[in-house]
Each structure stands twice: as structure tokens, then as C-alpha cells.
Design a protein. Structure first.
Length: 220
């Protein structure tokens, strides 16, 4: 009896350790599941300015092989109020993280893909142009030797990161056109853009609205 009790007591730490390991693995799997779910991307300006209301809260869209931020319709609306944004001139980013076949970044992250139109699903890689620092999209051939990752996200707010940090900038190319860049050299795109307004932005993944077809429940 005593021997059996001692054996049980000795085994308790191992049992508890195994249970905690299983529980930890389950929690990790649940937390990482979001990485493979399609989301939109929302841009938020880091600092308030006369121009920030134009794009703050705007959706990231794909057009002509580049990523842009849709603009607000009414620029007289205060920043803290709800802004109404124009319908995206391009295709809304609709993507997720995906291992890249030519790279293994391990814990640093993965590749990032998005659909490129409303038609039959077609995915393109999201990448940063090695020469201009523009954030673009393209197939394997178009990506070439540009920088395709690693992409990741912050643990709590799930803001998007690239190469381990957040260096996204919105560059005003035309009166109503803001393109997305990544400041790889952390110098404000010195020598890459001139006489253009540049705003620091954060990108947050936004879960897409689930329709009835996503419920997985069949009618009677």
C-alpha cells in the first residue's frame, strides 16, 4: 500500500508535466490557426496629421501589381469619428500566411499571399521591391529576386511585420493615391521618394465576415 502510494506520488510530476505540454500544444495550435485564415488588411496612421484622416482606417487593396490604401470620402470628418471610405479602386487584400517553397525562415515567419481578383481564386505572393521598397504582388516569375519575406505578426494585436519589424509607410503618389512601402533601411525612404508626403502606418489583419456558406451547417 505504502509502496503504491509512493509510486503514485513520484509519478505525479511527470503526469502534470505531460498534461501541461499537451495543453500548451493545443493552445499554440489554436493561436496559430488564425495564420491560415483569409483576412483583410487595415491601415492605421501612427501619428495624427492633416493628411492622416485621408487614409486612417483604410483598407489595403491590390491594383496594377502594387498595394495601395483606399482613401476616405469626406476629409472634413474629424479623425475620431467614423469615416466613410470609397469603394476600393482595386481588389481588397484577401490573404494569409503561407510557407514559401524556396525559403525556410523558421520562427521568423512565412510568406504572405493574397487573392488578386474577384474571379476564380488566384493567389499571388506579396513582396517588397528590392530597389524601390514598394510593396507589390506577383507570381513566382514576377517576384524574381525581390524580397518575399519573412512576414509575421505581433502576438497580441496581430499587426503585420516584415523582416521582424514594422516599417510600413504610405507614400502619396497622386492627390488621391497612397501607395504602400516598407522602409527597409529605416531612413524614411531617403533617395527613393522625393517631394512626396510620407506617413508611417501600421497594418492590422481584420477577420473577414463569415457568410452562411462558411457556417458548415446544411439545411434540412
Amino acid at each position: 500500500m505504502v509502496l503504491g502510494l509512493l509510486t503514485a506520488i513520484a509519478a505525479c510530476p511527470a503526469i502534470i508535466g505531460t498534461t501541461e505540454a499537451v495543453r500548451s500544444g493545443q493552445n499554440k495550435n489554436a493561436k496559430e490557426k488564425h495564420r491560415g485564415q483569409k483576412t483583410n488588411l487595415i491601415a492605421s496612421c501612427v501619428k495624427t496629421s492633416s493628411q492622416s484622416a485621408q487614409i486612417n482606417g483604410g483598407m489595403v487593396v491590390l491594383k496594377n501589381h502594387k498595394l495601395y490604401i483606399q482613401i476616405a470620402q469626406d476629409l472634413d470628418v474629424p479623425l475620431e469619428d467614423d469615416l466613410e471610405f470609397e469603394e476600393p479602386a482595386g481588389h481588397p487584400f484577401t490573404g494569409y500566411y503561407l510557407p514559401h517553397p524556396q525559403h525556410n525562415w523558421g520562427w521568423q515567419g512565412e510568406g504572405l499571399v493574397s487573392t488578386i481578383g474577384p474571379g476564380p481564386p488566384q493567389l499571388n505572393w506579396i513582396y517588397v521591391d528590392k530597389d524601390t521598397n514598394e510593396v507589390k504582388y506577383g507570381n513566382k516569375i514576377e517576384v524574381g529576386d525581390h524580397v518575399v519575406g519573412p512576414w509575421n505578426c505581433t502576438k497580441i494585436d496581430r499587426r503585420v511585420t516584415f523582416e521582424g519589424w514594422e516599417g510600413f509607410l504610405a507614400v502619396k503618389e497622386k492627390p488621391d493615391t497612397w501607395a504602400l512601402y516598407f522602409d527597409r533601411e529605416d531612413d524614411g525612404l531617403k533617395g527613393k521618394v522625393s517631394k512626396r508626403r510620407v506617413l508611417e502606418v501600421e497594418l492590422t489583419r481584420k477577420e473577414m465576415k463569415k457568410g452562411k456558406e462558411d457556417a458548415g451547417v446544411k439545411g434540412a
